[in-house]
Design a protein around this ligand. Structure first.
Ligand code: GDP
Ligand code: MG
Length: 264
């Protein structure tokens, strides 16, 4: 019979922003800033906290993992350390994640953005089955953007910058979702150096090789990998604390979501 085109799974709205990044990069503070920007620009947001171990949340969450699992009880019950407790809590929560997506779907018509905070330690989310379940569950329903938060002042060293970018590259490779780098804390250090290194492969390579201890052939190969990586992402310089760059950040989010709509 005549073949019908497959149904389009992705709705136009809302756009899901999953905020990930190294511990202390400023995910939760950035979330607070994003939530308040969405509110003040009269957009409609839905907010999820997936960090079971956060002490106090500086924003109001519609869904908070802490309402479902108590990670300290999980630690005791399964005889785990803090990281194991956080990971197991996320795993327990992930088994019910279709319900979470169902709640968002029910309100989709009335939402512009879904903002998702993730556990402090990045690998709990990026190297776990539950992180993949969460990403996949959203990405199969809504345009989904991964926001990788970079601690800009801590990335001014070229070798540190390189390892941070390689980590981000691994995330792009694993999720295959549009990736947006948020160079955070520009109130402390401007991200101009990062833009220059991302634009000019040779400038970056000579910065890395200024450190004699790094093999130049490996450095050259890695710089080439990153040069290719940069072509596949967007970036914005922001300060979660001062609010600088947030308007541009949302412009980049919207463009990333358009890319998602074109490619999925
Ligand atoms: P998370 O572990 O990634 O969630 O990071 P947090 O949001 O808890 O922030 C870690 C630390 O960085 C806190 O002391 C924040 O106040 C600080 N911080 C976060 N964003 C900024 C920023 O834009 N500028 C400055 N100066 N500090 C920031
Ligand atoms: Mg946090």
């Amino acid at each position: 019979g005549a073949s019908t085109p497959p149904p389009k799974v992705a709705h136009k709205k809302p756009i899901v922003i999953i905020v990930i990044g190294m511990a202390g990069s400023g995910k939760t503070t950035l979330m607070q800033r994003l939530v308040s920007h969405v509110q003040s620009s009269k957009k409609r947001g839905y907010v999820l906290n997936l960090d079971p171990a956060v002490m106090s949340l500086p924003f109001t969450a519609n869904i908070d993992i802490r309402d479902t699992v108590n990670y300290k009880n999980v630690m005791k019950e399964y005889n785990l350390g803090p990281n194991g407790g956080i990971l197991t809590s996320l795993n327990l929560f992930a088994t019910k994640f279709d319900e979470v997506v169902g709640l968002v779907e029910a309100r989709a018509e009335n939402l512009d953005y879904v903002l998702v905070d993730t556990p402090g330690q990045i690998e709990i989310f990026t190297w776990s089955a539950s992180g993949a379940i969460v990403v996949e569950a959203f990405a199969s329903c809504f345009p989904t953007v991964v926001c990788y938060v970079v601690d800009t002042p801590r990335s001014v060293n070229p070798v540190t910058f390189m390892s941070n970018m390689l980590y981000a590259c691994g995330i792009l490779y694993k999720t295959r979702l549009p990736l947006l780098l948020a160079f955070n804390k520009v109130d402390v250090a401007k991200h101009q150096f990062a833009l220059e290194w991302m634009e000019d492969f040779e400038a970056f390579q000579s910065a890395v090789e200024g450190d004699q201890s790094y093999s130049s052939s490996l450095s050259r190969s890695l710089c080439l990998v990153l040069d290719e990586f940069y072509k596949n992402l967007r970036s914005a310089g922001v300060s979660a604390v001062s609010g600088e760059g947030i308007v541009d950040f949302f412009n980049q989010v919207d463009k990333s979501a358009d890319e998602y709509m074109e490619s999925y």
